[in-house]
Design a protein around this ligand. Structure first.
Ligand code: GDD
Ligand code: MG
Length: 363
């Protein structure tokens, strides 16, 4: 089978992390975001994966060649000279996606869940339509695409992208399986699958939706990245609890904590809930970390308090320093001893020597 991942954009909402790494390679749960999807696609029998990009593929080529071998898949880049939106890239990759009549997967690169690919194939084949969209429920549907059904069926009646008035709370999870015939509806120009292709398919009555079980999150912005990390760790706690820090670890404060085996953590530190610690990280005596992600080779000095923070690669948080409220530190940032940062976004290579009292970008 075949699959296309919409990697696209500049990942501006995940800055300053994406100033250093393209979004798909930013680690989520200690593995590049895109690897979660590649692994799940490979497991479902996908052998050809197209990455639709309009940004720095050269940074990703080496890493992805490694995954090709590891997972036994062919990964190709389909590079746009201008951003083609969410539908145009399907047309651009027509040669691969329509090389045989079997359906193909399409994924937004920023969505995480327990990808239900095998179940989707069965469901898609059983309903016989042209497309299947995975649906999930959210409290605030206004930033998503909303799916409205024909009553009592799985057939989609209407698809409304970013509705301004309430139409429902079952939304597009950004995961599809489509027949090659869908590509015939798409022109090679910047175009939106949500605004153009899905409404057209719904009108034809050939678009169905498949309800997702379990957690789901679009992790394309820092707040959701942290919330999604919590959901992911929770799911690991159910499916692979042996991957998490054991309940009797001296530094476990509460909840789920994932620590890379090469990290060094003081026994008197207190971690949790919802913490990910990357490779080579050092955490000092009495440090307190909750709802945070510490990327590789960062250092958290003794008695620092790190809460709701993404600490970028190689960054250092000083003694008794405190960060919170969705603070994001880019690569190689220093927060000096005893400094307080409230919701700061700190660009790579900065050293912060005075308090950041309210959320702002520090360039
Ligand atoms: N190749 C390519 N080219 N990819 C693109 C482009 C482009 O021009 N524009 C966006 N993408 C990719 C993004 O990188 C992302 O993986 C995906 O397409 C969706 O774009 P987002 O910018 O993340 O859209 P969204 O989150 O506002 O909304 C989409 O996702 C929601 C679920 O998270 C829509 O599909 C909604 O309907 C959906 O509910
Ligand atoms: Mg998104």
């Amino acid at each position: 089978m075949k699959g296309l991942i919409l990697v696209g954009g500049y990942g501006t909402r995940l800055r300053p992390l994406t100033l250093t790494k393209p979004k798909p390679l930013v680690e989520f749960g200690n593995r590049p975001m895109i690897l979660h999807q590649i692994e799940a696609l490979a497991e479902a029998g996908v052998t050809d994966i197209v990455l639709a990009v309009n940004y720095r593929p050269e940074d990703m080529v080496d890493t992805l060649q490694k995954y090709e071998k590891e997972y036994g898949v062919n990964i190709t880049f389909s590079v746009e000279t201008e951003p083609l939106g969410t539908a145009g890239p399907l047309k651009l990759a027509e040669k691969v996606l329509a090389k045989d009549p079997s359906p193909f997967f399409v994924l937004n690169s920023d969505v995480i869940c327990n990808y239900p690919f095998k179940e989707m194939i069965e469901f898609h084949n059983a309903h016989g339509g042209e497309g299947t969209i995975v649906a999930t429920k959210v409290e605030d549907p206004s930033k998503y695409g909303v799916i409205v059904h024909h009553p009592g069926t799985t057939k989609i009646d209407r698809f409304v992208e970013k509705p301004v008035t309430f139409v429902g709370n079952r939304i597009n999870a950004g995961i599809y399986i489509l027949n090659p015939s869908v590509i015939d509806l798409i022109e090679l120009r910047p175009t939106s699958i949500e605004k153009e292709t899905f409404p057209a398919l719904a009108k034809k009555g050939t678009l169905h939706s498949f309800d997702l079980e379990g957690y789901w999150m679009d992790v394309g912005q820092p707040k959701d990245f942290l919330a999604g990390t919590g959901l992911y760790l929770n799911s690991l706690g159910v499916r692979n609890p042996e991957m998490l820090v054991p309940k009797d670890a001296s530094y476990l404060h509460s909840g789920h904590v994932l620590v890379h085996p090469t990290a060094k953590i003081s026994p008197s530190a207190k971690l949790g809930p919802n913490v990910v610690v990357g490779p080579g990280v050092e955490i000092g005596d009495g440090a307190r970390i909750s709802r945070s992600v510490i990327m590789s080779n960062a250092v958290v000095k003794p008695h620092a308090h790190v809460k709701q923070t993404i600490v970028g690669w190689n960054s250092r948080i000083g003694r008794w320093a405190r960060t919170e409220n969705v603070t994001v530190l880019g690569d190689d940032v220093e927060i000096q001893d005893e400094i307080y940062v409230n919701g700061g976004r700190v660009l790579p290579h900065k050293s912060i020597g005075s308090n950041v009292e309210k959320p702002e970008i520090i360039m």
